[in-house]
Design a protein around this ligand. Sequence first.
Ligand SMILES: C[S@@+](CC[C@H](N)C(=O)[O-])C[C@H]1O[C@@H](n2cnc3c(N)ncnc32)[C@H](O)[C@@H]1O
Length: 286
Amino acid sequence: MERDLTQDEFKRFHDLIYQVAGIHYPVEKISLLSNRIRRRLRAAKAASYDAYLGLLGSGAQGAEMQAFLDSITTNETYFFRCQRHWDFFRQQVQQKQQQGDLRRNGLRLWSAAASTGAEAFTMLIVLHQVLGDNFGGVPVELLGTDLSNQVLEEARAGAFRPYALAQTPPEIVQRYFTRTSADQFVFDKKLAAVARFQRHNLMDPLPGSKPFDFVFVRNVMIYFDNPSRERVLGNAFQVTKPGGFLVVGESESLLNVKSQWQYLKPSIFQRPAVDAPTAPKPVGRA
Ligand SMILES: C[S@@+](CC[C@H](N)C(=O)[O-])C[C@H]1O[C@@H](n2cnc3c(N)ncnc32)[C@H](O)[C@@H]1O
């Protein structure tokens, strides 16, 4: 298949992707989506876009659906993305440590669109810098989730290409990574041991989880429309401790998106210590 999707085919793929993943592909991205689907067409030996749609079915769980979702998601990530977020995270952890909160309550963290794990492991580096070896005896649990199994496997392996470390100071690379080949750096296994990676669709509530102190949902809501964003924000709210924090991507506007989160500063929100009795309202600021 050489040609791009027709408008009609595009609509059918668009609706399926939206239904399964909440991702809204704008029509201007028709060539990008066509390219991505063509790769799966070849791999699955499907003769046409229509035949491939038939192979996918509508369930989110089939093997081809999984490979399809791997191929249509954008997984770019790197360590220390958005330094302002990490300054905030560091300050909050230091504050909790000074208040004696951490040893008592531990720390639970969720990287909710984790991709290959750079965000989750940046959390661990900052925690180690603040708390020291063995996190100073603080019980730390870190969950990384993503829709794509492929990136989750990479996260479990903890191996990164130089691109992922381009914003990371050399002394941190030296301290927390082992270079195993010219273009591969493996993250500290001892620190990584507190991280667990599992598949999860942000459109669904996170099942059976104890509440988190910090939830990072960065650089994914850019692919969603407002109803999907409201779902994600509501699901994240439910599993965050009162007083806990939500960090979203810097370029993600949440203007006109209704939720119960309280705006703290650009791209950072807090679950109020006591939930407001009123209905969700627009978050107001990005
Ligand atoms: C651009 S990456 C962002 C990675 C990281 N949070 C960061 O900011 O560097 C977006 C990730 O969101 C994942 N994703 C997209 N839709 C999703 C959904 N409905 N549920 C869970 N993850 C999703 C993609 O697979 C991709 O790995």
